[in-house]
Design a protein around this ligand. Sequence first.
Ligand SMILES: Cc1cc2nc3c(=O)[nH]c(=O)nc-3n(C[C@H](O)[C@H](O)[C@H](O)COP(=O)(O)OP(=O)(O)OC[C@H]3O[C@@H](n4cnc5c(N)ncnc54)[C@H](O)[C@@H]3O)c2cc1C
Length: 430
Amino acid sequence: MKKLKVSIFWFRRDLRIEDNRGLFEALNGPYPVLPVFIFDTTILDELEANDPRVSFIYERLLILNKILENHSSSLYCKKGKPEDIWKQILKKYDVQNVYFNEDYEPYAKKRDQAFEEIIIDSGAKVSIFKDQVIFAKGEILKADQSPYIVYTPYKNKWLEKFRETDIEQFKSETKDNFLKGNFSLPALSEIGFIQSKIKVIDYDLDCLDEYEEFRNFPALNKTSHLSPHLRFGTISIRRVVRQAQVCQAFLNELIWREFFMQILYHFPKLVYSNFKVKYDSIQWRNNEDEFERWKKGETGYPMVDAGMRELNATGYMHNRVRMVAAGFLCKHLLIDWRWGEAYFAEKLLDYELASNNGNWQWSAGTGCDAAPYFRVFNPTEQLKKFDPDLTYIKKWIPDLDSTNYPTPMLDHKMARERAIRVYKEGLNSF
Ligand SMILES: Cc1cc2nc3c(=O)[nH]c(=O)nc-3n(C[C@H](O)[C@H](O)[C@H](O)COP(=O)(O)OP(=O)(O)OC[C@H]3O[C@@H](n4cnc5c(N)ncnc54)[C@H](O)[C@@H]3O)c2cc1C
């Protein structure tokens, strides 16, 4: 039987129909578009059955499928190794073009390279687009074409280019060139998962008026909660940035996101290594019992403990609290930042390799534009400054005033002096 000529759009971290660059280009092409999503077992096999990020992805796929139904189409959704699924698709269809949006993470780059070879060998054309960032990998470079490794000059160059650039909108939602068909979406249980009780909350861009003033106060809840939506592409970064222009402080945070993405792109070894090699000689204490207390939120420092309890219960932690909890692990407990990074990667709904790695290395002092090693946050002072009424703390530690709540596991002054000494010794011995 003659196979049907189709184009394919591969959804990955861009789970939306609106303003989706690659999808827009696919739908403008000459062939009907089969929308594909692959539950990649290389990633899924590492996760718990009730991983809330898988539940979120699944919810978004249901929404995509509902929209596709209006076009008499549906998602072609399979679980497996991408290369195996692609071989099945190529057997079934006469694939002319494959469209997808770029992903800059080291695993994704390797996966996409292998996949491109399979597609090109089949005779189909591959078209790849920038979608998850305003400026990608090599677009913001120094005059000598090397990457920026300090945020402020990167930000200045980013803003300069931004002012000169027309941020287009790609109205993929107005196109109707989907392949007609009804493929049933597998149930969550068929891909080996169960619905998580932890949910991604909606983002809120109405917070921008007061963002600068209140963003550091966890009890006020005045940040956007965009991070998981940007991670999975359920909102377009172009749309966010258009709205963000009313608030420079907010735009600056979005630029941090792109700064860390380009850092990881240019320096993929950072997944496992310190950006500053001379920090390799730090003698981490890596005490496992202390790590357990940190994970459970039982350090006796309320700001750290509330953050860790919030993370464990909701998959979210406010940025100010993340900085305090991460700093405490690396400096007070002298535990290798990679341990903390791995725990956040397991728990955060917004887990994103570049931002997580960049911020952990910032906290540990090992990163490209990091907090200096001798800057040791005082968790008690941070608490007085950013949660003076203890509203946030009491939400997550209702037994704060009872004898059930542990006394501080170490003295701040001793820990601060020890951290500075151990860092100094490491740096001097390099
Ligand atoms: C130790 C540590 C680990 C982190 N891990 C992650 C992570 O895995 N994924 C992640 O998205 N963010 C991470 N962050 C950054 C930041 O904490 C979250 O982006 C932010 O708390 C998400 O909440 P929000 O969307 O309400 O933020 P808002 O304050 O509303 O910020 C808007 C957006 O700007 C971006 N942004 C804000 N702050 C940062 C930052 N410091 N670095 C990079 N981008 C930023 C995010 O995309 C965020 O959604 C981490 C920070 C620390 C200190």
